[in-house]
Design a protein around this ligand. Structure first.
Ligand SMILES: [Zn+2]
Length: 102
């Protein structure tokens, strides 16, 4: 990431740098699933996701009994942890094209 201000990085750029679960795990990301129907939040253990798998533009099945909905995946990079709730990136909805700075 170099000298870029992490608060000005868009979701597409985060994805470009941290596409796979293994890359996210190594970089200290936090990931949660949020159910759009029942609002259940569950933590995603990156260490248990195959390292080559990408979680971008994916959904998860809600684990709550009788809830059939899909969960949005939210990720918070280590560099945005200090922002608290504002640091979460909607990984499911990300379709922003990356901006090349070089
Ligand atoms: Zn649910």
């Amino acid at each position: 990431m170099g000298a870029v201000n992490p608060e000005r990085v868009n979701a597409g750029e985060w994805r470009e740098w941290y596409e796979s679960a293994g890359q996210m795990l190594a970089a200290g990301w936090e990931v949660v699933g949020r159910c759009e129907a029942c609002d259940l939040h569950v933590g995603v253990r990156l260490a248990r996701v195959p390292p080559e798998r990408s979680l971008w533009k994916q959904t998860l099945r809600c684990p709550r009994w009788r809830c059939e909905a899909r969960m949005t995946i939210l990720g918070r990079p280590y560099q945005l942890r200090h922002l608290g709730p504002r640091g979460w990136i909607n990984m499911t909805a990300t379709d922003l094209p990356p901006i090349r700075r070089r």
